[in-house]
Design a protein around this ligand. Structure first.
Ligand SMILES: NC(=O)C1=CN([C@@H]2O[C@H](COP(=O)(O)OP(=O)(O)OC[C@H]3O[C@@H](n4cnc5c(N)ncnc54)[C@H](OP(=O)(O)O)[C@@H]3O)[C@@H](O)[C@H]2O)C=CC1
Ligand SMILES: Nc1nc(=O)c2c([nH]1)NC[C@@H]1CN(c3ccc(C(=O)N[C@@H](CCC(=O)O)C(=O)O)cc3)C=[N+]21
Length: 318
């Protein structure tokens, strides 16, 4: 039976570390960390995630602002709005909730004449405020994977790293499979696992990889990190190697309103050595990791913080 990799103790440890940093920023620098979340359109799932982020900021004594824009905004107007928000001295972190409406995500497919796309919007976030780790300059640092020089590790990747460290999951030299290639979830996780941060051997799977090839890779994997979240996608016990560490990033709401990941949870937990529950696994840590990145951004603004992340194995010693 697998060890359940609960998010809660990891969240508590991150928050325990952040609280004195927030107090110090306020007391010594007169700075209250502040995050702006830009949401375009009112997709209910996005509204729910944004709500969690804002609540978490407020609970930790930070400032949060939710900017809700109409779904028919054009890419150039959105880029200008993001640049305007990013220019404010009082804003330390800027996050553009994804996905964006179709005309901005994929202007070619939607027949839009505007040459400006999603990445131009994201690149308008100033690098020292890019708490999602998505703009061009920040991505380059992840590509280079120098832990000591990283500006922002995207919050889902940071969440997976903090989770693996807390539960002492060894990655060096292991066979890992990462499924999905979203720019803020699986792609950074793939770079992190295979890069110098985790030193694993990574196989990257996505929609265009045949079932055979996917099954072959999964059957050999020591670690699986998956973020697909589709009703027609399910990873079953038979597909996995006994003893696998299964990190389920996906969160999908079923027709009956249940939140599920990509794993067929009960049977997979019988053969895995460790597995994240959904809900209560990676999701809450992602929010805490975003809080960590917002505090980093406030420290950059106050001239109180350097580049790089510190990682340590296991729970922090009291
Ligand atoms: N817990 C957390 O912290 C977070 C959870 N999520 C959750 O993760 C899930 C994915 O989100 P996100 O990454 O944003 O979504 P995307 O839709 O961007 O990514 C899904 C990925 O799955 C791939 N895919 C689709 N079908 C298959 C298939 N049959 N076999 C292999 N790969 C496939 C797609 O491939 P292709 O590239 O070819 O399209 C795509 O890369 C969602 O459930 C979301 O809610 C997301 C962010 C954070
Ligand atoms: N720019 C951007 N940055 C993101 O980080 C980002 C995004 N866009 N778009 C959407 C995804 C999704 N995401 C989640 C955050 C928290 C939970 C979370 O807290 N999940 C809880 C349950 C939440 C619930 O009850 O619905 C759990 O798994 O236990 C899940 C998913 C961040 N995302």
């Amino acid at each position: 039976m697998a060890v359940l990799l609960y998010g809660k103790p990891v969240v508590e440890e991150i928050e325990r570390r952040l609280m004195p940093e927030i107090d110090e920023l306020k007391a010594r620098h007169g700075t209250t960390p502040s995050l702006v979340v830009v949401q375009v359109g009112d997709d209910p799932a996005s509204t729910r995630y944004v709500g969690r982020k804002i609540q978490s900021c407020e609970r930790l004594g930070m400032r949060a602002q939710h900017v809700l824009l109409r779904s028919d905004i054009g890419p150039a107007a959105l880029r200008n709005e993001v640049a305007r928000i990013g220019a404010s001295k009082d804003v330390h972190g800027v996050l553009v909730q994804l996905p964006l409406p179709r005309q901005i995500e994929d202007p070619d497919a939607s027949g839009g004449a505007d040459p400006i796309d999603k990445f131009d919007v994201l690149d308008a976030i100033p690098p020292e405020k890019d708490v999602d780790g998505i703009a061009a300059g920040t991505v380059a640092e992840l590509y280079r994977a120098r832990t000591r020089r990283l500006t922002f590790l995207p919050s889902t990747a940071l969440a997976v790293k903090r989770l693996m460290d807390y539960y002492r999951i060894e990655t060096r030299g292991k066979r890992a499979v990462v499924i999905g290639r979203n720019d803020i979830t699986s792609k950074p996780i793939m770079l992190m696992l295979g890069g110098r941060i985790c030193d694993a051997s990574v196989t990257w799977l996505h929609r265009h990889v045949s079932k055979d090839i996917q099954e072959e890779a999964l059957a050999k994997a020591d670690i699986v990190v998956t973020a697909v979240g589709r009703a027609d996608y399910r990873i079953t016990r038979e597909m996995l190697k006994p003893g696998v560490v299964f990190i389920d990033v996906a969160t999908r709401v079923t027709e009956s309103g249940k939140l599920v990941g990509d794993a067929d949870f009960e049977p997979v937990s019988e053969i895995a050595s460790a597995i994240t529950p959904v809900p209560g696994g990676v999701g809450p840590i992602t929010v805490a990791a975003l809080m960590e990145n917002t505090v980093r951004a406030a420290r950059f603004a106050a001239g109180a913080g350097g580049l790089g992340y510190t990682f340590h194995q296991g729970p922090a010693q009291p």
